[in-house]
Design a protein around this ligand. Structure first.
Ligand SMILES: Nc1ncnc2c1ncn2[C@@H]1O[C@H](COP(=O)(O)OP(=O)(O)O)[C@@H](O)[C@H]1O
Ligand SMILES: CC(=O)N[C@@H](CCC(=O)OP(=O)(O)O)C(=O)O
Length: 310
């Protein structure tokens, strides 16, 4: 006779955990969240599977998650197999026409397919697309700026327009769009390689997303990288803007993207450690968060549309 009572008690902590999440879930019900999964965080099979579980959890909890994925290391490995060297300028890959074919093949044919497969283990949810599909992302050629000089870095694109129609239709249908950061050229028949952080931020702003979450291979934005591992836990758009000139490598497009997002209607942009299992749920369900949170300036009306160059 005592068994049912004992079972009830064992389940009580689980019930409490679910109820603790209730205020967050109520606040975010129906909201769009754009999650950028960086190539450097996609290193381990268990981590990738846990990432997919978190995204599916958000979807079943009533949010509208959109995944934008990277794949920098995977592209570099494939270029290497083709005997092509990888060179980055201002955090962006110098992309020859030959390299562009490899970029497209790896992002759309390999990395995106793998994520779609992992998400669809949980049901008919994920649909992969690139920025080429249904005019999702149009771009023109982007020139890097190095020491005040305009530098040609090949087929790297700067997003000029986003048509969110197809993504919204998928979200309305209960699907999880998984987007590769390749854009169609607005002026010739080519395609462009767009940094995935930049693409995620632009898409988050265009969708009017509540949150942009960027998963990477560090704990967050370090105050004095590489000399110290002190993570900046939260900062405003203006504070971030002051730090931008001192940032290096992959953090440049990431933080420019966060700045653009919060200055164009996204409520928070977060950089979190994708090497930690279930980092998305940890970020959501811990009050202080686990990474770096960028917030709009208290009165951000004057900042509208002054974000990063794109
Ligand atoms: N201030 C900083 N804080 C954290 N990481 C930084 C900083 N400046 C440069 N980095 C570098 O940026 C990298 C993250 O960018 P990137 O390699 O492009 O990751 P992803 O593949 O996730 O987009 C980190 O691994 C680190 O080496
Ligand atoms: C122009 C440019 O640099 N494009 C990136 C696109 C992939 C990407 O951004 O991947 P991560 O998020 O893993 O860095 C590249 O070719 O590596």
């Amino acid at each position: 006779m005592s068994q049912p009572t004992a079972r009830k008690h064992t389940a009580l902590p689980k019930a409490r955990i679910l109820i603790e999440a209730l205020p967050w879930l109520t606040r975010h019900h129906g909201k769009t969240v754009v999650i950028k999964f960086g190539g450097n965080a996609m290193v381990d099979e268990e981590l990738k599977a846990a990432f997919a579980q978190d995204v599916v959890f958000l979807r079943h909890a009533g949010l509208r998650p959109v995944v934008v994925h990277g794949g920098g290391p995977q592209i570099s490995a494939q270029l290497d197999r083709h005997g092509l060297v990888s060179e980055f300028k201002a955090g962006l890959r110098v992309t020859t026409d030959e390299a562009m074919d490899v970029v497209r093949m790896v992002l759309a044919g390999q990395v995106q397919r793998e994520l779609v497969g992992l998400l669809n283990r949980h049901g008919p949810l994920a649909v992969g697309m690139t920025g080429e599909d249904a005019h999702l992302m149009s771009a023109t050629k982007h020139f890097a700026e190095i020491d005040g000089e305009r530098v040609d870095i090949g087929r790297v694109g700067q997003i000029t327009e986003i048509d969110t129609g197809a993504v919204q239709a998928l979200l309305d249908d209960g699907r999880i769009p998984v987007v590769s950061s390749i854009a169609r050229s607005a002026d010739d028949g080519h395609v462009y390689n767009v940094n995935a952080d930049t693409a995620a931020a632009a898409l988050a702003a265009a969708l009017g997303a509540e949150t942009l979450m960027v998963l990477t291979d560090v704990e967050g934005l370090y105050a004095d990288w590489p000399n110290s591992d002190e993570v900046i836990s939260r900062l405003t758009a203006s504070e971030l803007e002051k730090l931008l000139p001192d940032l290096a490598s992959g953090m440049v497009p990431k933080m420019e993207g966060c700045l653009y997002a919060v200055r164009n209607g996204v409520t928070t942009a977060r950089v979190i450690d994708g090497r930690v299992q279930h980092s998305i749920l940890l970020e959501i369900f811990t009050d202080e968060g686990i990474g770096t949170m960028v917030l709009p300036d208290p009165d951000n009306d004057s900042n509208k549309n002054e974000g990063a160059d794109r």
